[in-house]
Design a protein around this ligand. Sequence first.
Ligand code: NAD
Ligand code: WQD
Length: 330
Amino acid sequence: MGETVLVTGGAGYIGSHTALALIAAGHRVVVVDNFVNAKPDALAVVADITGQEIVVVEGDARDVKMLEHTMRENDVTAVIHMAALKAVGESVEMPLEYYGNNLESAISTLDAMRNTGVWKFVFSSSATVYGDPESCPIPESAPVGATNPYGMTKEMIELIIRDLSASDDRWKITSLRYFNPVGAHESGRIAEAPVGRPNNLMPMIMEVATGKRDKVMVFGDDWPTPDGTGVRDYIHIMDLVEGHVAALEHLEQQNGYEVYNLGQGSGVSVLELIRAVEGATGLEIPYEITSRRAGDIAECVADPTKANTVLGWETTRTIAEASRDAWNSQ
Ligand code: NAD
Ligand code: WQD
């Protein structure tokens, strides 16, 4: 049978790939997106690749009535809530917009779900909730302590859904804490294409690879890491979205609220990622070491054991494959 899944924010980078994985696993997809940070194009490509229709509603996830109508009209049985603003630096400049959009859209989506009797909810959380971790790899039991408004919205929404699931045992809720998603679907037909100057490393490397920028500015080589550059857990976007399918399908047998890390479990430095892209593309990626970026941390690597054992999900793709797929999508 499969589920009919409402993906809020489903036109974005992770949402469009999630739609692909959901359809490949036999589910149906309904998207609500206000297109503040996406265009409908990626979903049209997904519909073309899969040969399945995707219902796309242009609307705001803060609009409870529209969400209720969309869920009833399409017999939605589960929701993956991705709608959010996600730029860390911008969240420091515009905290009201971030708290407003991210908290209100989560609360409105949950409200609309309760009003229509839909109880399965998967939330796009982030490793950013761990702040500057005491040690790596990070298990889900590690203390949280986000260090910027964006991260705080994820931490606060996690608290809201924890309390909500304790209030009514019909709720089945999972938070997925993503580490650093990179790459694209193997077809190369959907890309991560940020508007303006990229904040994240892989999109920045891609803009240097395509010649749009001269070089990657590497934010510090004096971190306490093996080569002095920042270490992260880069996870192939297709592995990440398959984790959503596993989490969604597990909800049937889950009671209450659970949290899972979605990461590979191994760390890659900035210079290692640059070299991986050079290896995958045959191009030289010029870079320059510059000062540290405000708010950065040395290392952030997942302990994905819980998702591996409970969800039966594992990453299967390498950084080399993610680099190749990112490049193909350009
Ligand atoms: P994205 O910006 O590509 O996608 C988010 C989508 O939400 C966009 O299409 C945007 O138009 C939409 N949106 C925003 N506010 C909305 C609203 N009020 N109503 C309807 N639609 C709205 O970002 P992404 O990288 O695909 O991220 C998806 C989710 O995953 C976000 O919640 C993000 O915080 C989270 N996340 C992303 C990363 C990452 O590195 N990309 C890491 C951890 C968590
Ligand atoms: C990775 C590494 C940088 C750009 C951010 C958010 C996090 C999550 C994912 C949503 C770091 C270095 C980067 C550049 C560089 N998003 N870098 N030059 O900071 O781990 O996480 O995105 O939830 O919340 O904080 O990812 O890709 O920005 O940086 O040297 O031009 O690359 O210093 O070591 P980050 P990133």
